[in-house]
Ligand binder design. Structure first.
Ligand code: GAL
Ligand code: CA
Length: 332
């Protein structure tokens, strides 16, 4: 009897010890829409670094651009017992079931990069969004083009005072696709220039798709008739640059040059800007977005104060990281 008691006591001690040892290690389950995305790679690195600093464990899953795959990954994380979720939804409009799952598991959820509708976020007091204001990046990209057009009279190739441009768009339905496209054109108008869209296409954030599309436009429209290329991100801007180089544009001769702008400020775009192949970009601050997301997730999971994470939480729901224009010479 006494022996049995001792065995039981030992078990109890071991159990309570392991429970205690795990108690202060926060486990974050992070679902990324797709690993194969240059900007999201920067984002993942920033999250990994911050989790290591905080002593939290972070596991990341590759949704491979498929919402069904991502839903399974979310269920697996919940079953594994993560303390908090960070979600970069494949389809931001399909976020309600994700929120419902987190809510019934009683764990907080921090969305990143793809913004769910406010009604969805409002349905759960522990649902948050960390990102950047899409319209801001659109305005800044449009301003870069407008500033160039005003200071380079030769940019008005057909001398009609208007700006004939081509637009390359990201994935359909993404807030950055909708608002960057809209506000870049608005900014050009607000600068007193009449924009004329001569062609536009969806290239899904992808360099190769953008290159193929732009090769087609160069053939059908003629690069001599294109006065600017506005791309919703850097990868597509770089694809456009490749296509223009195939037509002997943007290789250093200023008589054969078309200003191209993107968004993100990925290293490859900064290189292209240094070489004079691309006009400019807008910094999409992955470092601060990743850091803020992990700090917020960690605070929510550990019962910490979200007011003391070093980033302002507005409406008890959002952390907004500012964009920033980047042109040649001010490499970041
Ligand atoms: C945007 C970014 C794109 C792409 C997309 C993925 O904010 O500019 O390059 O990464 O997010 O959702
Ligand atoms: Ca013109």
């Amino acid at each position: 009897m006494r022996k049995l008691f001792l065995i039981l006591l030992t078990f109890l001690l071991i159990f309570s010890f392991t429970a205690f040892a795990n108690a202060d290690e926060i486990k974050i389950g992070a679902c990324i829409y797709r690993f194969n995305d240059a900007f999201m790679l920067r984002f993942r690195n920033a999250m990994g670094d911050e989790a290591a600093k905080l002593g939290a464990k972070i596991e990341m899953a590759d949704g491979r651009d498929d919402q069904t795959t991502q839903n399974e990954q979310i269920e697996n994380f919940i079953a594994e017992g993560v303390n908090v979720l960070i979600i970069n939804p494949v389809d931001r409009m399909a976020s309600q079931p994700v929120i419902d799952k987190a809510k019934s598991a009683g764990i907080p959820v921090v969305f990143i990069n793809r913004e769910p509708a406010s009604e969805m976020l409002d349905s759960y007091e522990k649902a948050y969004y960390v990102g950047a204001k899409a319209e801001e990046s659109g305005i800044e990209a449009g301003e870069l083009i407008a500033e160039y057009f005003k200071s380079h009279p030769e940019a008005d190739k057909n001398h009609d005072g208007k700006l004939q441009f081509v637009m390359l768009k990201g994935q359909n339905g993404h807030q950055d696709m909708i608002l960057r496209s809209k506000y870049s054109v608005e900014a050009i108008k607000n600068a007193g220039i009449e924009p004329v869209e001569i062609a536009s296409a969806i290239a899904n954030w992808d360099k190769l798709q953008a290159m193929n599309i732009m090769n087609g436009f160069a053939m059908s429209i003629g690069p001599e008739n294109i006065e600017a290329v506005i791309a919703n991100n850097d990868e597509m801007a770089l694809g456009a640059v490749e296509a223009l180089k195939n037509s002997d544009y943007n290789k250093g001769d200023k008589d054969f040059y078309i200003p191209v702008v993107g968004v993100d400020a990925n290293a490859s775009a900064l290189d292209a800007m240094d070489k004079g192949e691309m006009l400019g970009t807008v910094l999409n601050d992955a470092d601060n977005q990743g850091k803020a997301a992990v700090r917020l997730a960690n605070a929510l999971a550990s019962g910490g104060d979200v007011k003391s994470i070093g980033y302002e939480v507005t409406d008890n729901k959002y952390i907004w990281i500012p964009y920033q224009k980047v042109t040649r010479g001010e490499k970041k």
